[in-house]
Design a protein around this ligand. Structure first.
Ligand code: SF4
Length: 484
């Protein structure tokens, strides 16, 4: 197990040998109070980080205290190189699919909160979810993230039925789920339905802030939510997704707590968090917050992404459409590896006649959870990724071949994913080009073809390079779903 025992030395911010995680708030705060580090200290941490084996909490805290622009750039460059070393130039794309905006929680930051009477409530039937998934499939998506509020009557059954229906009725290859926390047996059922990653965000790891932000509903229980990933992994989920909602409390605290959470999972289950998302609080109609309690700047977003990449190098660092196109592009150069695209945060938002605001004419009530900033269609997001020298990837291989949990972690930390991810990005992009021949009269596809050929040239393993070329010809001749 390469990096936890080696890197987790010094002050221990939680009792990692326990079955559940206990975050030591004051230990984390002390690490952040130490003042800006000197250049020598930062250089030493970056030298460690370059090995792509992770960082200790103390080392991550050192980077989070940096304010010097030159040192910040060094952190970003190191994060970009670590991402490149472990996953190559691929950037994975997915879309959220909202099942329901009914919810019996009172989270102040969310438009779905139970006391928001200005929200038009809607739950999609499994057939309606299939329609949404077909629309996403038509755009080119192969992986979706189903998202649901905590509808007291039916969220669990509806989620299971929707997952099963989408697998049966569409060509969507993997479904991840962002849903309320649950007991181990329920997690087992979710896993049996074929869900890839279970995702739930702690929102804020700061206990007092958590209590303020969650005044009512089952989500009030901080510890039950914090232990959700333990139950998910006990139930057999190898891959779980964690994250803070940035803007509720000091972002540096949230980053260290997220790293601690991931380290805890590694110690118990042999796998770090599969993804760490970094959503930043956005305006939401009918939410209980007029302002962002602790605003996070764009520069702090870059540092957040970079430190997560260096401390937990095997994790997918996920950036949503809450952020502008410009910032999302910039974050690709500080270690981000996954983007959502073309997102709608209202149930039914992808169906053909849903307008951008999706407002009911009679009631003028919105259905959205929060507003997004990057409204570009998938093809435009893919094009901007390619223009930056990355390869947009629609790959779903690992979840479907059982390369999950500790297997995924071990392969990645040993450097075994770089070529696989690159090859699979090329093959999935080729499928996209073949299936969408009319993109902007072919101009986008010209860009994608160039990205494909450049990326093939960078494959060091001659056997895999030859195999990828053969598979590309097979895709042109009609074969699909080829991967490594
Ligand atoms: S090969 Fe695995 S890690 Fe790489 S992009 Fe595909 S699913 Fe993700």
């Amino acid at each position: 197990m390469p990096f936890t025992n080696i890197r987790m030395n010094g002050t221990e911010p939680m009792q990692t040998l326990s079955d559940t995680m206990h975050l030591n708030d004051s230990a984390i705060s002390e690490l952040l109070d130490a003042g800006a580090p000197d250049a020598a200290a930062v250089t030493a941490v970056l030298a460690t980080a370059k090995a792509a084996k992770g960082l200790s909490i103390e080392e991550a805290a050192t980077l989070l205290r940096v304010t010097d622009p030159g040192l910040l750039n060094s952190i970003y460059e190191t994060a970009a190189s670590v991402k490149q070393a472990l996953f190559g130039s691929r950037v994975v794309l997915f879309a959220p699919l909202y099942l329901s905006n009914h919810c019996n929680n009172g989270c102040l930051y969310c438009g779905f909160r139970s006391s928001n009477s200005s929200l038009e409530r809607k739950s999609l039937s499994p057939d309606e979810v299939v329609n949404e998934a077909r629309t996403l499939e038509g755009m080119g998506f192969k992986r979706i993230l189903m998202v649901t509020g905590e509808d007291p009557h039916s969220w669990f059954d509806n989620t299971i039925k929707s997952v099963e229906a989408v697998y049966k009725e569409t060509g969507i290859r993997v479904i991840h789920v962002n849903a309320p926390t649950m007991e181990v047996d329920a997690f087992k059922e979710l896993k049996r339905a074929g869900v890839g990653v279970y995702q739930a965000f702690q929102e804020t790891y700061h206990r007092e802030t958590y209590a303020t932000m969650h005044p009512t509903g089952p989500k009030r229980d901080y510890d039950y939510r914090l232990s959700a990933m333990d139950r998910a992994m006990e139930a057999g989920f190898g891959d779980v997704g964690i994250g803070p909602l940035l803007g509720l409390y000091d972002f540096r605290f949230e980053v260290l707590a997220s790293i601690s959470h991931s380290m805890h999972l590694f110690r118990r289950f042999g796998a770090h968090a599969h993804t760490i998302s970094v959503p930043r609080l956005r305006p939401a109609a009918g939410s209980g917050l007029d302002t962002v309690p602790v605003p996070v700047t764009d520069e702090q977003m870059k540092l957040t992404v970079a430190v997560l990449r260096l401390a937990v190098p095997t994790a997918g660092v996920v950036v949503s459409t809450r952020e502008s196109a410009e910032l999302r592009t910039a974050l690709l150069h500080t270690g981000a590896s996954q983007l959502s695209a073309a997102s709608r945060t209202d149930p039914g938002g992808y169906t053909p006649n849903g307008g951008p605001e999706k407002e009911s004419k009679e009631s003028k009530k919105t259905l959205e959870q929060f507003s997004t900033d990057d409204h570009r269609p998938l093809v435009d997001v893919m094009a901007s990724i390619a223009k930056e020298g990355f390869v947009p990837s629609l790959c779903t291989t690992c979840y479907r071949t059982g390369r999950t949990g500790s297997d995924f972690f071990d392969t990645t930390i040993e450097g075994g994913m770089e070529t696989r991810c690159r090859a699979n990005a090329i093959l999935s992009l080729k499928e996209y080009v073949v299936e969408h021949p009319k993109n902007e009269n072919g101009t986008m596809n010209g860009l994608f073809d160039t990205a494909i050929s450049n990326s093939i040239d960078e494959i060091a393993d001659e056997k895999i390079k030859k195999g990828v070329k053969e598979k590309l010809i097979a895709i042109e001749r009609g074969k699909r779903d080829l991967f490594y």
